[in-house]
Write a protein that binds this ligand. Sequence first.
Ligand code: HPA
Ligand code: ZN
Length: 336
Amino acid sequence: MTEIDSFIEGLPKVELHLHIEGSLEPELMFSLAQRNKVNLPFKSIEEVRKAYNFSNLQDFLNIYYQGMGVLLTEQDFYDLTWAYIERCASNHVIHTEIFFDPQGHTERGVKFETVLNGITRALDDGKKKLGISSKVIMCFLRHLSEEDAFKTLEQALPYKDRIIGVGLDSSEKGFPPSKFERVFAKARAAGFLIVAHAGEEGPPEYVWEALDKLKVNRIDHGNRSLEDEKLVARLVRDGMALTVCPLSNLKLCVVKDMRDHPLKKMLELGLKACVNSDDPAYFGGYMNDNYKAVSNALSLTKENLLTLARNSVAASFLSNAEKEALLQQVNAYGRA
Ligand code: HPA
Ligand code: ZN
């Protein structure tokens, strides 16, 4: 292993952009399908992996929504989340803030509470058994209606103590953040923090809308912000974090080649970018793989890598005291 790869492995990392349903590995998909007697359109695990060839976001989403169809019981959501937490441990991820897509489950007849209970029970075990801290963010599916998002927000209110924030994901083009301005205003008023996927495939205008209409605390992806100088200046001025996902960008053809990835440029411009895995079971790797792929392609330095790790600590939804403790860990690692 190269020196930089082993530096990455040991680096204490924070993940801020992870769809828990996107951590469903084909092996677990098959075993849950069997347990729940759900038919899958694939004969083998190899066949599943072969299907993971995407030319855009929608290509991926079609398979992603189909895959989550095996998740039915609280134990299924526990097993899914626990498997991800074990990956956090092996990737030296010390804190994670995960998304879930309640509408992807409630529209199949699975109760909101079943999903949330399974996820949070595994996260609690992650803290108790492995010392990994976590937060939960609920996302609205932007291809569905505003009314459906309002209904989902209503369902979340009784569980506010277990959900730190609200986000926006799914098909981006044609579904601008402004469509959900009123829902996010209500979520904010209820005390949720706000994030939104913007500028992954959609134009810089969607990033402006996420800032000005949804009043986000972080932008998920944000790659296409670089096409708009004024937007870059605004993001820098606000110290707005971008949760960047290198292997996702490659697999969904947001970049043609990892050497074209804008991450280094983002850092040079003073943007608060960080590295995340998005949907690791579908995109070919967890946190270490993402850091390594982008670092090797762009020849990132140890100082760049420490900056990325510090950016994710700073952009997390932890308290200032908790952030300080994690920063100390990153800084101590940098000195050692
Ligand atoms: N973009 C939008 N929606 C998503 C993604 C993504 O990368 N992953 C899961 N849902
Ligand atoms: Zn995402």
